[in-house]
Design a protein around this ligand. Structure first.
Ligand code: PHE
Ligand code: ZN
Length: 870
């Protein structure tokens, strides 16, 4: 992962899915003994190795290592000299079929800036082993199909490390010499090395318990730094709700006596599902009204659930190899989405999930890094923790639920869990279990695992006599390595509405599995209004003959809430795409805006809508999704047209926005849906008013900021002030910084708000913030808060002259030696050059080439840059 290659002309090896071989050796048991210290931790590992009857015959045992040195090697208790290093791997010659191997390594957690393996975070020691971090702790067959029972002993200074945690159950503990103590843990469930975890440090716990469906009492604890425990109640409630939900819906019971969560502030990802010891980024644990927005509350609930659900979808049944990553991630994302839908509003959750998919995954699918949800090859597996593997992976399994219904689908998942419990499985195993359990043929459906790219479905509608004919045609653009695509199975929930009655004739599921297919419907005196892909039943792009008037009709009348949202989005997307393409007359622009204005006005007035849903209907389509609709576009043009429409809506509906802001400001803070809906609408009101009447918006935002009792109101007010060049801006930013000084997560917001701002000076602000004493390259949350927010801020990042590109390229080059995993995630922002105008494309390519020419690059960044230049 931090393998710095000094030979730029020797490309890193490509690993192919087709090359999978079963392991030659199995490791039924491992005992680890850690002598803990922040800068010199000694690791003694004892492995029981057994020749795998299913593996290739060899006398050599290959153990992966990364930046490790073997200090002492024993075989069956005796010093052993028949070993050598092959690159960073340790290869031991073994005479027999079963041996005990002893290996000692010495590691420096403080020097570990990659945050993979064992590292130090503010005096705390913790591990991150997925995907290939365990090999940075000790030599081991670091692949997910080698499952072992772990026994762990830790010893260390009692004052520095009062809490000593690992997977499974604590078995013994005691005091050692010189103010040290020790603890032993045992995990009875065989697991791959990527699920190993250890935490040692000064932590306090919020404790609770859960009684499982079979009456077993599980002790729960969430460990954080002293002072943070007040902010863990929401996470604890979410955990308990997740445990109950997985029993109720999927019939999955927890399987250890304790479940621990630890929150750390230095973490590459969101959280990690280590068996019985989940390790979290603090941002997905800590929440209270003053410091966390409603969105943060939802994210905590969703990620706590996600990691908990991995106990079955990931841990009890794990992945055979990393090409199968979507087996655990796609399925677990689906499970956390279903859970959150059940906890709140299902339609609103669906809309949010589709918005994320369109903003993050659709661009991936149409760009240089496109890959199937089950990739065929990789250079660095860390680069494949993507929106495709996660979010599209969830959509693919969701389509199975559309085809089978939830009841049959759950028969399939039960069979899957039963059949593969304790195994390292494949995506194919999952599909087969759904076929067998749900009774469905998924032969052609499997292409969703094989083909990259977002299918496009074009609809033609004919009406003759009383018959309606729909002709559906699917196409898929080539993606890297896949020039020709086969037709997919696309389930489309569809309804045909009578204009006169406002009713449809019953929803039908159309399954498109040919290049082109015709469906007929009887009983239509007049041509109906088409509502298709309701609930977003398939992750595809639809082009359909629905007039602007019909979209206005659907936005107001469709009984599927997602379809209502979609109609509103389509109405705006079409208008903006035409405007951006420059194919619009003034009269057309006026007519388009008027239609959107009327539809929004109706939504603002609709008393039957709940406010959370109303908020969704008012949000304009995102810039990334708009860019997807265009072959090649000037991003600042997309921005300008979108802002122009927003300003026009702000002016035209001004009285309604003001009334809305007044009404919602009177709703007191609570976490119930009505109050959350009110806060969401306050934000939408200010966002539309800001470009239309900056003085009015600034005054309201300042008042909202000053009287805020919660972070949702405070942050949205500050966001609006931040976008304006008004006097209130500086004062509010300064107040925010003072008020929350020392709270890392809130200071992250302070960075993000400025870096992601619509303010025309955002680039200058970002350059200054990079020099701010609170900025550090050592903390991934802080790096993302500033630089990810900037990289997705199109108007700033794409500013003329290419300064934004240069800043991100500089960041990648400086961050790469510190944290390659995080650095590589920034490459895709430069990789979208084919989608922007030629002047910008050349500037973006030049920055990619500058990165590629660097004398040393991590495997992570090199893979992404090379692919982005192709
Ligand atoms: N497996 C984690 C999750 O999705 C994500 C993760 C990957 C965390 C790699 C750290 C490193 O739940
Ligand atoms: Zn996951």
């Amino acid at each position: 992962m931090n393998d710095l290659s000094s030979a730029p002309f020797a490309p890193p090896p490509v690993i192919h899915r087709a090359d999978y071989r079963p392991p030659e050796w199995l490791i039924p048991q491992i005992a680890l003994n850690f002598a803990l210290s922040l800068d010199a931790t000694k690791v003694q590992s004892t492995l029981k190795v057994r020749r795998n009857p299913a593996g290739d015959a060899t006398t050599q045992l290959r153990l992966n290592g990364d930046a490790l040195e073997a200090k002492a090697i024993t075989v069956d208790g005796h010093p052993h000299n028949d070993w050598h290093m092959d690159g960073s791997d340790l290869v031991i010659d073994l005479p027999g079929d079963a041996h005990d191997i002893g290996i000692e390594t010495l590691i420096d957690p403080t020097a570990n800036t990659q945050l993979s393996g064992l590292y130090a975070s503010n005096g705390l020691l913790c591990t991150q082993c997925e995907a290939e971090g365990f090999r940075r702790i000790t030599f081991f067959p670091d692949r997910p199909d080698v499952l072992s029972v772990y026994s762990v002993r830790m010893s260390g200074d009692k004052a520095a490390f009062p809490v000593l945690l690992s997977n499974g159950n604590p078995t013994d503990s005691g005091d050692g010499p010189d103010d040290t103590h020790w603890a032993e843990w045992h995990d009875p469930w065989p697991k791959p090395s990527y699920l190993f975890a250890l935490v040692a440090g000064d932590l306090v716990a919020n404790r609770d318990s859960f009684t499982t469906m079979n009456g077993r009492k599980v002790s729960l604890a969430i460990y954080v730094r002293a002072g943070d425990e007040e902010r863990t109640d929401h996470a604890m409630r979410s955990l308990i709700a997740s445990m109950k939900w997985d029993e109720d819906v999927y019939g999955r019971e927890y399987d250890l006596d304790i479940f621990n969560i630890v929150a750390v502030s230095d973490f590459n990802a969101g959280a990690m599902e280590n068996k019985g010891l989940n390790v979290f980024n603090t941002r997905y644990i800590l929440a209270d009204p003053e410091t966390a927005t409603d969105g943060d509350y939802d994210a905590v609930e969703g990620v706590v659930a996600h990691e908990y659900f991995h106990n079955w979808s990931g841990n009890r049944v794990t992945c055979r190899d990393w090409f199968q990553l979507s087996l655990k991630e796609g399925f677990t994302v689906l499970r956390d989405q279903q859970f959150s839908a059940d906890r709140g509003s299902p339609p609103v959750k669906r809309i949010e999930d589709v918005r994320v998919l369109r903003a993050a995954q659709f661009p991936e699918d149409s760009g240089p890094l496109a890959h199937p949800i089950r990739p065929d090859s990789y250079q660095e597996i860390s680069n494949f923790y993507t929106a495709t593997v996660y979010n599209k992976g969830a959509e693919v399994i969701r389509m199975m639920t559309v085809l089978t219904g939830m009841e049959r689908f759950l028969k399939g998942t039960s069979l899957y869990f039963d059949r593969h419990d304790g195994e390292a499985a494949t995506c194919e195993d999952f599909v087969k279990a759904i076929e067998d359990g749900a009774g469905i043929d998924l032969a052609q459906f499997r292409r969703w695992y094989e083909q990259a790219g977002t299918p496009k479905v074009t609809v033609e509608m004919a009406h003759t006599g009383s018959t309606v004919t729909l002709t559906l045609t699917q196409t898929m653009a080539p993606t890297p390595g896949q020039p020709v695509k086969q037709p997919m199975v696309i389930p489309l929930r569809t309804a045909l509405f009578d204009r006169a009655t406002g009713q449809h004739h019953g929803e039908e599921l159309l399954v498109l599995d040919q290049p082109s297919q015709t469906f007929t419907f009887e009983g239509f005196a007049d041509a109906p209004v088409l509502s298709i892909n309701r609930g977003f039943s398939a992750p595809v792009e639809i082009t359909a003959p629905i007039t602007a008037d019909d979209l206005v009709f659907l936005a107001a009348h469709d009984d599927d809430p997602f379809a209502r949202y979609e109609a509103m989005q389509q109405l705006i997307v079409r208008h903006l795409v035409a405007a951006i393409s420059g194919t619009m007359s003034d009269a057309e622009r006026a007519a388009g805006r008027a239609a959107i204005g009327d539809a929004m006005g109706a939504i603002l007035d609709d008393t039957a809508l709940d406010d959370l849903m109303r908020g969704e209907l008012l949000i304009l389509p995102g810039e990334a999704y708009l860019a997807e609709q265009l072959t090649r576009a000037d991003p600042t043009r997309i921005f300008a047209e979108r802002e122009g429409l927003k300003r026009w809506l702000g002016e035209t509906l001004k009285d309604k926005w003001l009334a809305l802001h007044d009404r919602c400001s009177a709703v007191p803070y609570s976490l119930d849906a009505a109050a959350r809906g009110a806060r969401k609408l306050k934000t939408q009101a200010l966002v539309h008013l800001a470009p239309a009447d900056p003085a009015e918006a600034a005054a309201r935002a300042k008042a909202q900021y000053d009287s805020a009792t919660n972070m949702t109101d405070r942050q949205s007010a500050l966001m609006v002030l931040c976008s304006l060049s008004v006097a209130e801006r500086e004062a509010a930013l300064a107040d925010f910084h003072d008020r929350f000084a020392g709270n890392m997560l809130v200071i992250d917001k302070w960075f993000s708000l400025q870096a992601g701002s619509l303010n025309p000076n955002a680039t200058e602000h970002v350059k200054a913030l990079a020099q701010h004493p609170d900025f550090t390259m050592a903390n991934p949350n802080r790096v993302r808060a500033l630089w990810m927010a900037y990289a997705v801020n199109a108007q700033a990042f794409h500013r003329e002259g290419g300064e934004g590109y240069r800043l991100i390229a500089d960041l990648i080059l400086r961050l790469d030696p510190i944290n390659a995993n995080v650095a590589a995630r920034f490459v895709s922002s430069l990789g979208r050059w084919k989608k922007v105008d030629e002047t910008r494309a050349a500037l973006m390519r030049a920055e990619l080439e500058r990165i590629a020419a660097a004398p040393t690059l991590s495997r992570d960044v090199r893979e992404q840059v090379t692919k982005s230049l192709e």
